[in-house]
Write a protein that binds this ligand. Structure first.
Ligand code: F6R
Length: 607
């Protein structure tokens, strides 16, 4: 996820774009850049790190005559955070500058084609490929918009891009597919950005671009056309009433809620370029030149640990690789016995968690190959792992992790399929079903989230006064129970414990009374009868039960919460947001600080 903004108007463009970038910084903050035209000459300024670094560079430049420009704040997906990878990217001939939010899945193939035609690349990004693709398109097309249309028709993946060119010094062009792009319509000035807050101080009149559309804006005009046939699209100008802060949250009350609702997109992005079709194996080029591990040790903390615990049985079942899962703060202070063929897989959203990083270093010292599953490109874990696979979930602002876990789980599914295919242990039928089910997930999830939230809010009100809570699950639902309990305690400060439901009778059941409720996850799988019995044991002690079930499963409970079922283990992708929403709604109902719970930090860089 990155932030893009473009301006064409009558005022100095650079300060206005910088202001816009400030309100987009939540979308990415590892580098930033700006391109503008003065005297019809294209100029690009870029800096690594936060926007302040870019501002400092601009202070020394006379940019006061530029009234058109584009700006970008980056959240790296291809290539480490560095000036060379920061946007805007220039075409080889220096006349075109492009900013981009999204992922071009076939950029390696396109880059190879352009290299053959003599292009040179100065970054590792997919965006520089796109920029030169437009330049290449210009050679065989009559106009810049035709070149843009040609270039995007070659690109597979997601993009919201904006183009500034010396050829048309009064105009900005851009297009979108699966990444947001919104135009702001002003008087004598027009804007485009990946999110409304970027131009909200200047105009509330907006035009939402749809997939497959491209736009042209100048100071005094705007138009939208279809990429496929160049037909003009009649768009309506809408007026938004948001203030800047709520606009950053996309109209959601909290970042956490926004991030829960982003999960369908997170799944799409995580699968992009990796799960292509049932006829092609999973693509994880990061691992292609690495040996297939004989064993895997997953090491992580908190929510990332829960994701690892959920994914481990899949690696065992599909790839036939024995997997153990450990808490990083324990692993690092043991004297772990690592087998020569054992890989250590560290999972971390931030890539900076001190215990996970120390575990990575210990594993490497002992000669183990370390595979990192990480969200932040350029983080310590991403830099130090032997191979790193990015979850591509975009910046997670809420302290309580939600969408990161969804992406980690999706990546673990892909890893299990990848190794299973490489080793030949994966049944073809399982592969086809998994592939179809994964591809269907984002749309299904998107469809159910609003209703799921309503139900969560209703249940939260009824359970919010509890002082303690059990979360129970078996098999793949046990790590989900751990995650449900973690989310509830960290957000609402209600004491909550996640347990393997079969463990209850070995002690914890002594705590059950009418004031100690239990949330039990009883999905439509082989373990359902067992969980049902465990629920009855709780009910026999007069415990109140809220059961999360799949349609068609009969169960007696105080409250039954039916969530959709998906193929095989993928039902977890519906249970996870239900648990997140339950905790979110409980905490919000109790008036807690949802985005920044007490005593917690987003990145735990101390032991
Ligand atoms: C809980 C939460 C934490 C993190 C943990 C690991 O909501 O966010 O438990 O999951 O601190 O962080 P990363 O994944 O950044 O290593």
């Amino acid at each position: 996820m990155c932030g893009v903004i473009g301006y064409a108007g009558h005022r100095p463009a650079v300060p206005l774009i910088m202001d816009g970038l400030r309100s987009l910084e939540y979308r990415g903050y590892d580098s930033a850049g700006i391109a503008f035209l003065q005297n019809r000459k294209l100029d690009v300024v870029r800096a690594e790190g936060k926007l302040a670094n870019l501002s400092a560079m601009l202070v020394t430049r006379d940019v006061s005559h530029a009234t058109i420009g584009i700006g970008h704040t980056r959240w790296a997906t291809h290539g480490v955070p560095a000036v060379r990878n920061a946007h805007p990217h220039k075409s080889n001939d220096g006349t075109i500058a492009v900013i981009h939010n999204g992922i071009i899945e076939n950029y390696q193939e396109l880059k190879a084609m352009l290299l053959e035609r003599g292009y040179v690349f100065y970054s590792e990004t997919d965006t520089e490929v796109l920029t030169n693709l437009i330049a290449e398109g210009r050679k065989c097309n009559d106009s810049l918009p035709d070149a843009l249309r040609w270039a995007v028709s070659q690109a597979a993946g997601a993009y919201a891009l904006v183009v500034l060119s010396e050829e048309e010094p009064d105009a900005l062009y851009g297009a979108r597919l699966s990444s947001p792009l919104i135009m702001g319509v002003g008087t004598g000035e027009n804007f485009v950005a990946s999110d409304v807050p970027a131009f909200l101080p200047h105009t509330r009149n907006v035009v939402f671009l749809e997939d497959g559309e491209y736009f042209r804006i100048t100071a005094h005009s705007w138009e939208v056309r279809r990429v496929c046939d160049n037909e003009r699209v009649a768009k309506t100008v809408q007026t938004v009433q948001w203030d800047v802060q709520s606009a950053q949250k996309g109209g959601f009350k909290h970042f956490m809620l926004k991030e829960i609702f982003e999960q369908p997109k997170v799944l799409t992005d995580c699968l992009a370029g990796r799960l292509i079709s049932p006829d092609l194996p999973v693509r994880l080029p990061e691992l292609d030149n690495r040996p297939i591990p004989g064993r895997i040790r997953i090491v992580a903390c908190g929510t990332s640990y829960n994701a690892g615990a959920w994914g481990a049985p899949l690696l065992e079942a599909w790839a036939g690789i024995p997997v153990s899962v450990e808490i990083a703060s324990e692993f690092r202070y043991r004297d772990p016995l690592l087998q020569p063929d054992e890989a250590v897989m560290v999972i971390s959203q931030s890539g900076e968690t001190a215990d996970t990083l120390a575990s990575l270093r210990l594993a490497r010292e002992r000669g183990a190959m370390v595979i990192g599953i990480c969200n932040v490109v350029g983080s310590s874990i991403a830099r130090e792992a032997d191979a790193v696979i990015f979850t591509q979930a975009g910046p997670e602002i809420s302290v309580a992790s939600t969408k990161a876990m969804c992406s980690q789980m999706a990546l673990l599914v892909l890893l299990a399929l990848y190794y299973g295919q490489k080793k030949g242990t994966l049944d073809v039928g399982v592969w086809r079903e998994a592939c179809d089910a994964l591809r269907a997930l984002p749309t299904l999830l998107e469809g159910v989230l609003p209703e799921m939230r309503n139900r969560a809010a209703e249940l939260a009100k009824s359970y919010a006064q509890a002082k303690s809570f059990f979360f129970l699950g078996r098999g793949p639902c046990f790590p989900l129970a751990l995650e449900g309990a973690l989310k509830l305690k960290e957000l609402s400060y209600i004491h909550a414990e996640g347990y393997a439901s079969g463990e209850m009778k070995h002690g914890p059941i002594a705590l059950i009374d009418p004031d100690f409720p239990t949330l039990a996850i009883a999905l439509d799988d082989a373990l359902f009868p067992k969980v049902k019995s465990n629920i009855e044991e709780v009910q026999a002690r007069r415990g109140r039960v809220l059961a999360i079930v799949n349609p068609g499963r009969e169960l007696r409970a105080d409250d039954v919460w039916t969530v959709p079922a998906a193929w095989g283990p993928l039902s977890a992708f519906f249970v996870l947001p239900a648990l997140q929403l339950f905790s979110y709604e409980t905490a919000d109902y109790l008036g807690k600080d949802v985005d920044q719970p007490r005593n917690l930090a987003k990145s735990v860089t101390v032991e």
